[in-house]
Design a protein around this ligand. Structure first.
Ligand code: MN
Length: 144
C-alpha cells in the first residue's frame, strides 16, 4: 500500500506547456505507481493536448465543463460532466476543452505516453457533421 498525502504532492501542480495548446492547469493526483499515473487537468476554453497515445490505454472522466475528444480517423466527440472515455492502447488521440467552455477531467494513464504534434486549429474546429464517415467501424457502439 502506498499512501500519497496532499503534502507529498505539494508543488507538483502547475501549468504545462510543451504537450498542450492554450492554458492548462495540471494536478498530479497520483505520481507514476505501477505504471499508472492519475492527473486532474483543467483546460481553459480552446485548450487541448497535442496528439498522443498511451502504451496501455487511458481512462478520462469528465468532472466539469464541456470538452472534446478525437481519435485519429474518427469524428470529434463532445464531452460533458459525468462522461467517461476509454482510449485503447496505442490509439492516437487528443482531448481538451470546447472552444466556449472550460473542462476538467481526471485522466488515468496506463503505461508511458507517446507525444506527437500539435492539434491544428482546423482539426480542433472540425465537427462530427463535417467528418466523412466512410469507415463504418468508426461509428460502432460498444454494447458492454
Ligand atoms: Mn490521452
Amino acid at each position: 500500500m502506498r499512501h500519497i498525502s496532499a503534502a507529498e504532492r505539494a508543488g507538483t501542480a502547475g501549468k504545462t506547456g510543451s504537450q498542450f495548446t492554450g492554458q492548462v492547469f495540471n494536478y498530479l493526483t497520483m505520481p507514476a505507481t505501477d505504471g499508472i499515473v492519475i492527473n486532474t487537468v483543467t483546460f481553459n476554453p480552446g485548450a487541448r493536448t497535442f496528439w498522443h497515445s498511451h502504451t496501455d490505454g487511458q481512462i478520462l472522466e469528465v468532472l466539469a465543463g464541456r470538452g472534446l475528444v478525437q481519435s485519429e480517423g474518427g469524428p470529434v466527440v463532445s464531452l460533458g460532466a459525468g462522461d467517461t472515455v476509454w482510449v485503447p492502447p496505442g490509439e492516437r488521440h487528443w482531448h481538451g476543452a470546447a472552444p466556449d467552455s472550460f473542462m476538467i477531467h481526471t485522466a488515468i494513464s496506463l503505461g508511458p505516453t507517446q507525444w506527437d504534434h500539435e492539434v491544428t486549429d482546423s482539426e480542433y474546429t472540425s465537427r462530427p457533421d463535417d467528418s466523412p464517415r466512410s469507415d463504418p467501424s468508426l461509428n460502432e457502439t460498444d454494447e458492454r
